[in-house]
Design a protein around this ligand. Sequence first.
Ligand code: ZN
Length: 332
Amino acid sequence: MFPSFSGLLPELSPLRRPLRAVLAIACCLSAGFADAAVESLPVRRVARDIYVIPAPIADADSSNRGRVVNTGFVVGRKGVIVIDSGANHSHGKAILAAVARVTRKPVKLLINTHAHPQNVLGNSAFAERGIPILASAATVTAMAERCPGCLASLGQSVGDEAMRGTRIQLPDSTVAESQSLKIAGRQLHLVHLGHAHTEGDLAVFDGATGTLFSGDLVYRGQVPHLSEASSAGWIAALDRGIELPIRILIPGRGPVGGPGDLAPTRRYLSELKSRVAAAYQQGRSVDEAIELAGLAEFSGWQGYAARHGRNVQHVYFEIERDDLRGRQEGSQ
Ligand SMILES: [Zn+2]
């Protein structure tokens, strides 16, 4: 029995029947996969049955072909569960080849943690092998809305050659909230903590090893992207995530760590929010807030110069929106 932790996983129900049916078909289609033509990605074993394909701490560009988020996988008794599919079709194929170097067991499920292009645009490589794809319902909605634009903009960053053969493949199964999932002989826990980094972040927790695949809820050594974020929701999600009995943390960005490594992302977000709120309350403009809300502690993180100002702007507009909404409600 999985230990309870403060109601973080209120629903421990099995997945709906349609997914189970799809899984049964996929296990046969994906067995024995190996493709010598695709490039070899590094694989690191971080615990028994737990692996990460680490990515460099960088923004997507032509030199890294957009491969800038970590991919994880869990080898269960009967098959493999992969977490995130990479930035493009060839990346997805390379991830599958990397799994096949570790085990001959079939890939039984791909889980998309959230609707950002580097995490989901490799889906087509999994779909063409009949591997089912699971995400939160909010992620599927966001992918349908944003992925056409994301595909185009990532292509501009990394070049058309890297994106060759890439198409948008939406997940075929969804979860609306946290729940447990028994798959490939492994008990996993899908953790959805509301709108945080994006609308539909889904972390994956493996209770047997205490491993949290956080997706981009956690960055290490890189300034987070807030373009789709709720800063308050993200802070709250990390506060709840800390309640998990984590032993190993596989973040979306940066090196593998432990339970204490959720804290720097939370500290960045809370410092950002308090500095911007102070500027807003002083009547400063957004441009002035960008000048005032520098965070020296995080200036060494990758992407600070390019992204911190945009994050200030994002939070400023969140605070302004909430302020205006409160005034409107107060006047009614
Ligand atoms: Zn992301």
